[in-house]
Write a protein that binds this ligand. Structure first.
Ligand SMILES: Nc1ncnc2c1ncn2[C@@H]1O[C@H](COP(=O)(O)OP(=O)(O)OP(=O)(O)O)[C@@H](O)[C@H]1O
Ligand SMILES: [Mg+2]
Length: 324
């Protein structure tokens, strides 16, 4: 068996506390793996740690964030332990990240063409003319009309949806082995969302990169992801093949998330949501962090944290119900 492209073990990340308060752990012991060309969806409610995870994988973290434990094995190196100088070529070339808010990742002072051409010049030894040709192809590939003229424009001259597609073009400019896309369609209206996802899948088929797609939209996951990982309060609580996970969820949280998808019957009536809010990471409940909101809670859940346990060949779930 060949080794996976990416193997994350026990990844734990904390943010510095405000005004001398203790550090707050927001990602706790996250483990998963990803094969070449595979698509993994990561889902969970707002604040569960999805963006923190996306950023930690290549150490593109906000100031004040630190990795407390764990490893991120990628093509034979542990990215947690590599010196910063060795990370830069990996970020530019092997792993690309589309951030949650692409407006902030585009440079307002540089033309679109300059931004897309930057990585091929820096990492692949392209001449400026070659890199410009590559940039034009990529802008055409993300289905923006009149690419030659667009390359000379600046981010503020584009619509939100175009900026998101430009962020995708920049991410793909060095033919990465892994693309991490954090909520890449949230800013888009529903029809453009579907087009953008189709585009990502088409580009993936053509270029063969693996994809980690972060979203709170289970419909998106169902459409594009081979496997799905569900996060709650900084931990993975369930993972497995997407079809099985969505059809017969193992964890009560996954079931609750599925129950909160609007369906034909709920759109007309009231949208079901999971009662109450996810917990503040600084004040996590004892035992299973989901227990105060769980409809299946029993005594043990209040005191003991259930580990992420293997269920059958391909699935994992962290719930004491699995032992009953
Ligand atoms: N720069 C930061 N400093 C301190 N705390 C942070 C910072 N960024 C995020 N957090 C906290 O870390 C936790 C996880 O945040 P994160 O952005 O990873 O969640 P998310 O799952 O991506 O949410 P969303 O769906 O809203 O994008 C939250 O409690 C958040 O308040
Ligand atoms: Mg986020």
């Amino acid at each position: 068996m060949t080794a996976p492209l990416l193997q994350v073990e026990g990844l734990t990340v904390a943010y510095a506390g405000k005004r001398g308060k203790a550090m707050v752990t927001v990602l706790n012991g996250v483990s998963f793996s990803l094969d070449s060309g595979e698509t993994l969806g990561i889902v969970g409610e707002s604040g569960c740690g999805k963006s923190t995870l996306a950023a930690a994988l290549t150490r593109l973290m906000a100031p004040g964030a630190s990795i407390l434990a764990g490893s991120v094995l990628f093509e034979g190196s542990d990215l947690v332990r590599l010196p910063e100088s060795a990370m830069r070529p990996i970020r530019g070339k092997r792993i690309a990240t589309i951030l949650q808010d692409p407006l902030h990742s585009l440079n307002p002072l540089l033309s679109i063409g300059t931004q897309i051409a930057e990585a091929p010049i820096a990492h692949d030894g392209f001449s400026r003319a070659q890199a410009w040709d590559r940039a034009r192809d990529l802008v055409a590939a993300v289905r923006i009309a009149n690419p030659e003229a667009r390359l000379r424009e600046y981010p503020h001259q584009m619509s939100g949806g175009m900026r998101q597609r430009i962020a995708g073009a920049i991410a793909l400019s060095c033919a990465p082995r892994l693309l991490i896309a954090d909520e890449p369609t949230t800013a888009l209206d529903p029809t453009v969302q579907v087009q953008y996802l189709q585009l990502l899948k088409d580009l993936q088929r053509e270029h063969g990169f693996a994809l980690i797609l972060i979203t709170h939209d289970l419909g998106v996951v169902a459409r594009v992801c081979d496997r799905t990982a569900v996060m709650y309060a900084g931990r993975l609580v369930e993972q497995g093949p997407t079809a099985q996970t969505l059809r017969e969820p193992l964890h009560p949280y996954t079931r609750a998330l599925l129950g909160s998808i609007p369906t034909m019957s709920t759109v007309a009536g009231r949208l079901r949501t999971i009662p109450n809010q996810p917990p503040d990471p600084a004040k996590l409940p004892s035992g299973c962090a989901f227990h105060p909101r769980c409809s299946d809670v029993f005594e043990r859940c209040r005191f003991e944290m259930p580990p992420l346990a293997r269920i059958g060949e391909q699935r994992e779930s962290a719930c004491w119900l699995n032992e009953r």
